[in-house]
Design a protein around this ligand. Structure first.
Ligand code: DP6
Length: 324
């Protein structure tokens, strides 16, 4: 029996668009932070996975058994091309709502690959490729701290690899509050949304030109622990990603009323002095960054201003380690 646990990651510069759909090869590089949930939180933003030899490949996700889907098959096929291993039963539990824009596929495939790395020897690049075949953003949950996933240029994806580039200990005061504003499944999957954007958004090519600069500037802000630069770059990238979604045809919307309230609250709060940043993936839930000294007042702000938000819907995280 081989066990693994993988955390979620939140993209600071988003992966949005594929240059190869079946290999999950992205149109642009992306930068993320791996989130470690503080033990005080009710929900843990992790996936726990156990694999064991079985007479056929099967998956039990949150207690429900099914045959492996195409993504899992692709991931297992690649892993078996490196070193053969028997059929496996994969038991996997998400400690948080599935498919609510909380990147459960990211932690899920990172946990799967890490559990299988107990059965066969895999190097970091092979793990990254295997996780990416399951879900693009999963390749970033394997690694610690701030993680860069290079888009690469090879058609086989051999250079589309993620790696940790800044260790978690570099900025210990950086906190992330995840505000769970909805646990509903998203109407348009990331894969379908990306495809629509790539084929229909007129603004998308101009985003692609700018992403390398976003990454370079953000890395500098992180290296210098410059929160106010970090905040502006993170919020602008999130807004731009949602703008190209809306520029897709028919438009794709991931934010809801509560998400928009969060955006207004943050800009109001930052008027004198930049103390908060938001980012949203393909869902309405908000990821709020702040420094430790601001944590309490940030929580109070959202609890008092977002109707229906309770302490149990706020998950407190720090920059943490990847799958293990
Ligand atoms: C908005 O990694 O879920 O969260 O490769 O099709 O599985 P697939 O897509 P996925 O897309 C993530 C999109 C995003 C941005 C990000 O995490 O970079």
């Amino acid at each position: 029996m081989y066990e693994a646990e993988a955390p979620v990651n939140i993209a600071l510069v988003k992966y949005w668009g594929k240059r190869d759909v079946s290999l999950n090869l992205p149109t642009n590089s992306s930068l993320s932070v791996t989130l470690e949930t503080c033990t005080s939180s009710d929900l843990q933003l992790v996936t726990r996975t156990i694999v064991e030899p079985h007479h056929e490949d099967s998956v039990i996700l949150n207690g429900v058994e099914s045959a492996p889907n195409e993504r899992i098959k692709r991931c297992l096929k690649y892993l078996r091309s490196i070193a053969d291993f028997p059929c496996v039963k994969v038991r996997t539990e998400n400690m948080f709502p599935t498919a609510a824009g909380l990147a459960s596929s990211a932690s899920g495939y990172a946990a799967l690959v890490t559990a299988i790395s107990g059965m066969i020897p895999l190097d970091a690049n092979q793990k990254s490729i295997a996780a990416r075949l399951g879900s693009g953003s999963a390749c970033r949950s394997l690694f610690d701290g701030f993680v860069l996933w290079e888009s690469g240029i090879q058609t086989d994806g051999s250079d589309s690899i993620s790696k940790s580039i800044i260790a978690p200990g570099h900025w210990p005061e950086l906190c992330c509050l995840v505000l769970i504003l909805s646990a509903a499944e998203k109407a348009v999957s990331s894969a379908a949304g990306m495809e629509r954007t790539v084929h229909t958004s007129e603004l998308f090519p101009s985003r692609l030109e700018k992403v390398p600069d976003h990454i370079a500037h953000l890395l500098r802000a992180i290296e210098q622990r410059d929160f106010s630069k970090f905040a502006e770059l993170v919020m602008r990238d999130s807004n731009q990603f949602h703008a190209v979604c809306m520029d897709s045809y028919p438009p794709v919307f991931y934010l809801n009323e509560a998400s928009r309230t969060v955006i207004h609250l943050v800009h109001g709060y930052n008027r004198e002095n930049v103390r908060l940043a938001y980012t949203f993936d393909a869902g309405p839930n908000a990821f709020i960054f702040c420094l430790e000294a601001e944590l309490q007042s940030a929580k109070e702000l959202f609890l008092s201003q977002i109707p229906g938000l309770a302490t149990s819907n706020i998950v407190e995280c720090r920059v943490g380690r990847g799958a293990h």
